[in-house]
Every structure is written in C-alpha cells, then in structure tokens.
Design a protein around this ligand. Structure first.
Ligand code: F6P
Length: 568
C-alpha cells in the first residue's frame, strides 16, 4: 500500500464513507452480485491462490469470503477514498490521531528494532531511545529474577510472579502467557489477578508462598479501582504471611515491599505514593493505549517468566506485521484486506458478530483478548470530529478454541438465520506432537479445522442429503446452505514471533475498520459512566438510606435486596 499524501492533519474531519463513489458502487454491487461460493470455486480453479496472501509468516486464505475480485476492488477504492493509507502513515509518524485525548498513537514504536531509521522523535521525545532504555531495564530485572540473583526478603528465589492488572494491563499478558507457556522457565510461573471480586485475589494466592512470590502491579493510570484494591489486598496477604511464617518485623516491612513488589505504569508518581520504590518501576507513555500495551512494560511479567529472548522474538513478530501493513501493496495487504472484508460483512451483508476460532488450545484466551482490542476500540457511534457515525460500526467479537466450539455453538454458525463471519487460525506444527496409537492427534485436530471451513463455505444441498439416504421431513433439517464466510489463517508454528504477528494483524484490522467508519479507535469514553456511578453508589450499597432513596426504583430495590440478603 502506498500513500501519495503526506500524513494528514490530525484534525481533518473523517470522510463519510457513505458519500464516497465506492460506497455507492458497493451498494449496487451488493444488489447485483451473483453466484455462490460453490459456483465461484467451480468457475475459477485458481480462486484459492488468487485470494490467498502471505504476511510475514502468516498465510491468509480469504477465498471463502463472500467476495469477488470486483468486491475487493471496490473495497480498496473505499479505503482510498476514506484516506486509510494517509491515516496509517500519520499514525506511524506520531501524529495526534487520538483526537479526544490529543495524543499520538505509537504502539508500533514499541517494537521498532534498535537503530531503526529514520529516527522517531515525537513531541520532543526520542521515542526509540526511551523504548529501548526501558526494555533494557526490564530485561536486567527479568534476568536477575530468573537467575535467582533477585530474591525475596528472606533470601528465597522467586517461584511465582503475580501480575495484578485489568483490561489491557491483564488480558494481553494472560493471553500471551497462556499461548507461550512452553517457553516458561522451569520453576517459575505467572499468575494473574484482575477482578475486584475478592475471590480472584483469594484463590490466586491461596496456595502461594509469600517468601517466593513477586508481585507486579500493572496499571497505565495507576488509579484503576480494581488494580489498586487488589494490590492492597495482596500486599496485606504478603506481609501477613511473612510475619507469620518468617517472623517479619514492622521495621522490615518496607524492605519486604521493595523485594516483592514492582510496578508498571505511565504514572510513576502514583507508584511512589503506593509505596513501591520508583527504582522498581517500569514506565511507558501516554501514546500507548491500554489495549495496545502488551508489548510495552506491561509485558514485564512475560519478559520475566518467558524470558527476554522470547519477549524480543514476540516484538520482532509485531514489527514484521507492522512493516507488512506499512509497505505491502494494497491488493496484497492482509490487515487492509481483512479490515475491508469486515466492513463488507458488517455494512453490506449485515453481519453483527464475528467469531474467532483458534485451532490451538494454547490460544484459548485469544478471543477474549481480541474482544477488548476490537470492541473497546470500535464500539462507538461518535466519529473523531464529534459527529454521529453514518453507518453501523463495531462488531461483536467472540470465540473459543476449536474443536470445543464445534460441540457448543457452531450449530448457529452452520445453520442459524444470520451470517457469522469467522476467522479460523491453525498451525502446521503441533506444540505437543502426541500419538493415539498410530494416529497423529494433531492431524485429527487439523482435519477438523479444514472440515469446518469447507462445510461452512460449501454446505450440503438437498440432492446430497437425499443421496445419503435421508428423505421426508428430515431433509431440510440436514441441509446446509453454505455461503457462510470464513477466513483461514495458517502459520508454520505458534512461535513468539508468529504470536506477535497475529496480535499486530488484528491491531491493524481494527485500525482499518475504525478509519473507514471515521472512529477514533484509541479512546474509550464508554467505560467511564459505569466507573463514575460505581463510586457514587458506594454510600447506598453501604446502607445509607437517603442515598438508597435517591436512586431510581430498580436500583434502589436491587440494593435493598442485597442489604437484606447478605449474611456474611
Ligand atoms: O476501563 C477501561 C480501561 O481504561 C482500559 O482501557 C484499560 O486497559 C483498563 O481500564 C485498565 O487501565 P489501567 O491500565 O490504567 O489500570
């Protein structure tokens, strides 16, 4: 993809996609498009090759989407008319495209290799220098924990690293840890606490030894209620445990916190207020959005447990996908094409949800991670100039690993009344090459992956159902319409680099969709009202009758129910 334009002024109004020539043509195309996937594949034996592209190590087959070459041409025209390439270049260059917060959006700078050129100086900050200096500090810290040089206050080696964070300060680290578990150092594990439901902190710490536990408090703002509350709970648990088991005295408490607590934040002053030594804090910057931050210092838990080398490979994978997105020609640019096909599915084919179905148990938290990435980014109907969006926006992302999902919700994807576009993800190499007798189990697994996308695309018609010996009323129930769109993403293996590529792929897909819709994908004002009301409701929940009476009747009754039923 090339851009003839210079990076756009961050204040430029978004182009209304419905006013473009491409949109008008897409509407007409939607009305006139003929055929089915079966027919398109029959008519063009090279359809799979023509609609498949490689991006870094990912092989992406778009051929089972409900698109023709003309659809893709028109979608690419839409991208041009809505300025996707120019805005992409503006993002990479550090323009303040996060208009409501007047910030640059530079998560791509977190994975630029050392010495990358041209150098990136934004708002007076030498970005590459600061990124690599912080990475160096994180790696030194990680190495000292891994080697046992860093010990707890009683001199014992660290065995468990507990990351306390929520949203972007949790979902990325958990997802990557689960995906790359085989890379964890023996004798060192990560755990995660996010929910303010106190059972989360309780259950996560229940079987841990405070003497061998290190806590990372991860919060971009360091004001998030859940994280700060959980950090206090765990500090209390740790100090009580050390007092009881190791005879910690009141004078040694400060030292214990220094040896067992580190922090990750953009607000280092607040870290100090919490009592964590600023020397034990790793910073990042307000140009990194929470849901785009797993590759920042938020990944300290990963660098520690999986190792600096693994983290470096992860970053290199992100960067490889960034380079693809930045430089690949539009007609082969995978994030661009996938983002545009999502626009086609949502705005023209009326899809409301989007399934992500990894055929890898290690990716079991990937759909949850993508929910924040995509829905907190594009779940908005206000455009970046304050005007209302002119089209449907956002997609409900959801999913589970195959084959589990096959036995739960795939029924709806195969035979439901709405289309649910699905991304299938699979790897040639198994992480655990196990055999059931002579049967390679990974092959059984992948046979399911191939079978599902085939069944969705081509279905089973009446003739085929009858040929199998079914007749009567059962025939319609056993028919599959086909034409259920899917994208297949394959890679040689689930390595750290490939995982980085996958994450960056979805970051850029999200960007493309947001840009076409005119949405600032980098703020999240929609989460504020609930937080504000939770604070305001605290007195009512604690039993202040006048505060309860001041509520709407539903809220007041629910609080009364709580007050009258709580027994412990
Ligand atoms: O409430 C939403 C949110 O602000 C997310 O965007 C963010 O990832 C999460 O909360 C956690 O925020 P923080 O890292 O500042 O604690």
């Amino acid at each position: 993809m090339t851009s003839a334009q210079t990076p756009q002024n961050e204040q430029d109004a978004p182009v209304d996609p419905t006013t473009t020539n491409a949109w008008e043509k897409l509407l007409a195309h939607d009305e006139s498009i003929e055929g089915s996937l079966r027919e398109w594949f029959d008519a063009d034996p090279r359809r799979a090759q023509r609609f498949s592209h490689d991006a870094a190590d990912l092989h992406v087959d778009l051929s089972k989407n409900l698109v023709t070459a003309e659809t893709l041409d028109l979608l690419l025209q839409l991208a041009e008319e809505t300025g996707v390439a120019a805005r992409r270049d503006a993002m990479f260059a550090g323009a303040h495209i996060n208009t409501t917060e007047d910030r640059a959006v530079l998560h791509t700078a977190l994975r630029r290799p050392e010495g990358a050129s041209p150098e990136l100086v934004v708002d007076g900050q030498d970005i590459d220098h600061d990124v690599h200096e912080t990475l160096g500090r994180i790696y030194d810290f990680a190495r000292s924990v891994r080697s046992g040089e860093w010990t707890g206050v009683t001199g014992k080696k660290i065995e468990t690293v507990v990351n306390i964070g929520i949203g972007g300060s949790d979902l990325g680290p958990v997802m990557v840890y689960e995906a790359l578990k085989p890379y964890a150092q023996e004798g060192l594990e990560a755990r995660f606490i996010s929910n303010i439901d106190p059972t989360d902190a309780y259950e996560t710490t229940a079987d841990l030894d405070p003497e061998t536990t290190l806590v990372i408090v991860a919060s971009k703002t360091f004001t998030t209620l859940e994280t700060i509350t959980n950090a206090r709970l765990v500090r209390e648990w740790l100090l009580a445990g050390l007092r009881e088991n190791a005879g910690l005295t009141a004078e040694q408490e400060k030292e214990a916190v220094a040896k067992h607590f580190v922090a990750v934040s953009t607000a280092l002053d607040k870290v100090a207020d919490f009592g964590i030594d600023p020397d034990n804090a790793f910073g990042f910057w307000n140009w990194v959005g929470g849901r785009y931050s797993v590759d920042s210092a938020i990944g300290t838990v990963l660098a520690t447990v999986l190792g600096p080398e693994t983290f470096e490979e992860l970053l290199a994978g992100f960067h490889a996908m960034d380079e693809h997105f930045r430089t690949a020609p539009a007609e082969k640019n995978v994030p661009l094409l996938m983002g545009l096909i999502n626009i086609w599915n949502v705005n023209f084919l009326e899809a409301e949800t989007h399934a992500v179905l990894p055929y890898s148990q290690y990716l079991h938290r990937f759909p949850a991670y993508l929910q924040q990435l995509t829905m907190e980014s594009n779940g908005k109907d206000v455009r970046w100039d304050g005007s209302t969006a002119t089209t449907d926006t956002g997609e409900v992302f959801w999913g589970e690993p195959g084959t589990n999902g096959q036995h739960a919700f795939y029924q709806l994807i195969h035979q439901g009344s709405r289309i649910i576009p699905a991304d299938f993800i699979a790897f040639a190499d198994p992480v655990r090459p196990l055999k059931d007798g002579e049967q390679d189990v990974h092959e059984l697994f992948l046979a399911n992956f191939f079978a599902q996308t085939k069944a969705l695309a081509f279905g089973k018609n009446e003739e085929e159902v009858r040929a199998e010996g079914t007749d009567g009323d059962l025939v319609p129930a056993r028919m599959f319409s086909g034409d259920r769109p899917s994208t297949s993403i394959m890679a040689p293996a689930l390595t750290p680099s490939v995982l980085g590529q996958l994450i960056a792929l979805y970051e850029h897909i999200t960007f493309v969709e947001g840009t076409v819709w005119g949405i600032n994908s980098f703020d999240q004002w929609g989460v504020e009202l609930g937080k504000q009301l939770a604070k305001e409701l605290a007195p009512a929940v604690a039993g202040d009758e006048s505060a309860i009476d001041a509520q709407d009747s539903s809220t007041a009754e629910l609080i009364r129910y709580y007050r009258s039923h709580r027994t412990v």
